[in-house]
Design a protein around this ligand. Structure first.
Ligand code: ADP
Ligand code: MG
Length: 225
């Protein structure tokens, strides 16, 4: 599946209405990535990085331009189809990781698999394997509150990969971590990415993370340089 991973973004623009007029946040952004490729998006605060990531994650739609993921235009889908598409094709790793506090580590990793009904036994096997890969085999029954920040981020990475998505979107994945932990999480994310052939796009202020990805583009005034 991942061998066919493809992301094509053409001329995407997005504006927000403000009291005075409209604010153009993205201005003709284009991108073309295939399986195994990785891209760091850098840029000052307010330059539109999160807006772009939300559009790529199909959580928000562009005003103009098009997005194709694995050959499909997700914005042509019905809301229900879109939710299923997002769940199958896209994994999210956000800075504040959004783990559910009442669920154990393995239950959190299985959340995306739950959207399809009861998780299949192969989902459990895959979740266990991923938790092993991120070094948390002995923590699968723990609650998020019993983990460190770096460990929680590793749970979020395992959760993002459990559905074998084509695309992983990370918004400041190491932003809340100390330097050493951040480096370890970066290394882990990249080794899992190269193993699985998933496309990785990370928004980051970290030069270490940006340098570790294959490509680096800067967002400035809504344009991707
Ligand atoms: P970044 O992630 O690069 O810091 P964002 O994509 O979050 O930037 O925001 C880009 C600009 O769009 C900012 O000026 C922000 O205030 C504005 N913005 C973001 N979301 C909205 C919204 N829902 N309504 C109005 N303005 C928004
Ligand atoms: Mg942001």
């Amino acid at each position: 599946m991942s061998n066919e991973s493809q992301l094509k973004v053409e001329n995407v623009s997005k504006s927000y209405a403000t009291a005075a007029d409209s604010l153009r946040v993205l201005d003709g952004v284009s991108l073309d990535l295939t399986a195994g490729e990785s891209l760091a998006i850098v840029g000052p605060s307010g330059s539109g990085k999160s807006t772009l990531l939300h559009i790529l994650g199909t959580l928000d739609h562009p005003d103009q331009g098009s997005v194709h993921i694995d050959g499909q235009d997700p914005f042509q889908l019905s809301p229900k189809q879109l939710a299923a598409f997002r769940n199958e094709h896209i994994g999210f790793v956000f800075q504040d990781h959004h783990l559910l506090p009442q669920l154990t580590v393995i239950e959190n990793v299985l959340i995306p698999a739950l959207a399809h009904g009861k998780p299949k036994s192969e989902s459990f096997v895959r979740a266990e394997h991923l938790l092993h890969s991120v070094g948390l085999s002995d923590r699968i029954g723990h609650l998020p509150s019993e983990l460190s920040g770096g460990e929680r981020e590793r749970v979020a990475i395992a959760r993002a990969l459990v559905m074998q998505p084509s695309l992983i979107l990370a918004d400041e994945p190491t932003g809340n971590l100390d330097r050493r932990t951040a480096d370890a999480v970066t290394e882990l994310l990249l080794s899992l990415q190269s193993e699985s052939g998933v496309i990785l796009i990370a928004v980051t202020h970290s030069e270490t993370l940006a340098a570790a990805l294959q490509q680096r583009r800067e967002l400035q005034d809504g344009r991707l340089l």
